[in-house]
Design a protein around this ligand. Structure first.
Ligand SMILES: Nc1ncnc2c1ncn2[C@@H]1O[C@H](COP(=O)(O)OP(=O)(O)OP(=O)(O)O)[C@@H](O)[C@H]1O
Ligand SMILES: [Mg+2]
Length: 249
């Protein structure tokens, strides 16, 4: 672990697709062990930023470092240091629970002498010990997402990127999912998570609110509310975006 460095350091990051600016001069730092939330309307640039941080997209301008590694220059090394749950369901529906775990264990290069232990861990945290031979497509949505999370942490990555991990998941399963996120953070892992659920935004240590590629508010949820004299994250979200739109006009 490059422990002298922040988990994530983003400096003046820009991503353009042709003339369109999806990520517009973003700066931010995420500390180790922090649960950092990314909020913002559809199309704000959250997934694009995460894909850059995971070494899957190259920045157009600026710099992003993950675990001290430059994502533009060393994307392969970055991918070994992170776990990633993409916004779209990332497992194989036509494999069993156990086959998915074995497959991702191979992809992430889990050493042979650790593979059985890590598989037990993934089954335990996803609550799927009794359903290891169930076809993944037959699992309810919330269980699938827990399995995807179990697969994303097989190689014990210090930093996790979770892009809308609980989208479409019922409130009880969501709560269980967040219990795991807290467990990871308590163990020193950094969690960078996007969500459209305001309740989940409240669970984060710090939040960045993104709109049209820019970070328009940043801080702990309680500070963001207090600064504006507002009672809920939903009100903060709406007020910050309306203020931004008024300024643009
Ligand atoms: N490969 C691409 N080529 C062109 N435009 C893209 C590409 N990927 C993303 N975009 C555009 O960039 C903008 C930001 O998309 P992104 O997926 O990052 O948003 P998001 O904040 O994750 O939204 P959502 O909440 O809907 O997931 C969108 O307008 C999208 O259409
Ligand atoms: Mg997205």
């Amino acid at each position: 672990m490059n422990s002298g460095e922040p988990a994530v350091a983003i400096d003046n990051l820009v991503k353009r697709f042709g003339d369109f600016v999806a990520v517009d001069h973003v700066f931010c730092r995420v500390d180790r062990g922090e649960i950092f939330g990314f909020l913002g309307p559809n199309g704000a640039g959250k997934s694009t930023t995460i894909r850059i941080l995971c070494g899957l997209l190259t920045p157009t301008e600026g710099e992003a470092r993950v675990d001290g590694l430059d994502v533009g220059r060393e994307p392969e090394k970055v991918r070994q240091r992170i776990g990633y749950m993409s916004q779209k369901f990332s497992l194989y529906d036509d494999l069993t629970v156990e086959e998915n775990i074995d497959f991702f264990s191979g992809v992430y290069g889990v050493p042979a002498d650790k593979a059985a232990g890590r598989k037990d861990y993934a089954l335990r945290i996803s609550g799927l010990e009794a359903r290891r031979r169930t076809m993944t497509r037959l699992l309810p949505g919330g269980w699938k997402q827990r399995l995807a999370l179990g697969c994303a942490v097989l190689h014990e990555p210090p930093i996790l990127f979770l892009d809308e991990p609980t989208s479409g998941v019922d409130p009880i399963a969501r709560r269980g999912f967040w219990d795991l996120i807290y467990e990871f953070a308590a163990g020193g892992q950094t969690v960078f998570v996007t969500t459209h659920y305001m309740q989940e935004a409240e669970y984060c240590h710090r939040l960045a609110l993104m709109n049209q590629g820019r970070i328009i508010a940043l801080g702990p949820p309680n500070d963001l509310k207090r600064e504006r004299g507002l009672g809920s994250m939903e009100e903060v979200f709406v007020a910050a975006i309306e203020a931004e739109e008024a300024r643009d006009q």
